[in-house]
Design a protein around this ligand. Structure first.
Ligand code: Y12
Ligand code: CO
Length: 171
């Protein structure tokens, strides 16, 4: 089932998500809905809070060299913890909850991620390149943070003006 994605400035996006304790059928169904919703919106990453569910769950499906998103590359990440973040990179990010806006954001280049899969089994992932950037973007959602919160004062002001204008034109 495709679920509605909440968008900025919805205050729910500021909520800190809670740890998952039950790895049950309800969670599995929600993960399936997250995937369907993300793919139908052309996203490569999605956090549960973007569907108004404040649990520490995110999914990622990084496109291959041809730009195709394959279901085998789907990663379901629950209760993640970042270890050993290293290096710095800039990347132009976008977010399904901030439609139509893209900005350069600084992130760690590589990291090790400890997390649980849908069955509650512990997993470890070494992430670099776009995977590392997308992991950090999605984990920020679990803390109630958006990539626009990382912009400088002037860039943020510019964003607010442009975004408000775009919202008005949409009405
Ligand atoms: C860098 C950091 C994090 C990510 C993962 C999360 N972001 C997305 O998946 C964004 C997707 C996105 C898709 C959009 O829709 C289309 O392109 C058709 C989009 O378009 C509009 O808002 C109009 C914006 C964002 C990725 C990269
Ligand atoms: Co996002």
């Amino acid at each position: 089932m495709i679920l509605p994605i909440i968008t900025y400035p919805n205050k729910q996006l500021k909520v800190r998500s809670s740890e998952v304790t039950h790895f049950d059928e309800l969670l599995h169904r929600f993960l399936d809905d997250m995937y369907e919703t993300m793919i139908s919106s052309n996203g490569i990453g999605l956090a549960a809070i973007q569907l108004a569910n404040p649990i520490r769950v995110l999914i990622l499906c990084i496109p291959d060299e041809e730009g195709n998103q394959n279901k085998e590359d789907l990663i379901e990440i629950i209760n993640p913890i970042i270890h050993n973040p290293q290096g710095k990179v800039m990347y132009q990010e976008g977010c399904l909850s901030v439609p139509g806006f893209y900005e350069d954001v600084e992130r760690f280049e590589t990291l090790i991620l400890h997390y649980k899969n849908r069955y509650g089994e512990p997993c470890i992932l070494e992430a670099n390149e776009l995977l590392s950037i997308a992991v950090q973007h999605e984990i920020d959602h679990l803390e109630g943070k958006l990539f626009i919160d990382k912009l400088t004062y002037h860039r943020r002001k510019k964003f607010e003006k442009e975004y408000k204008k775009a919202l008005k034109e949409k009405k």
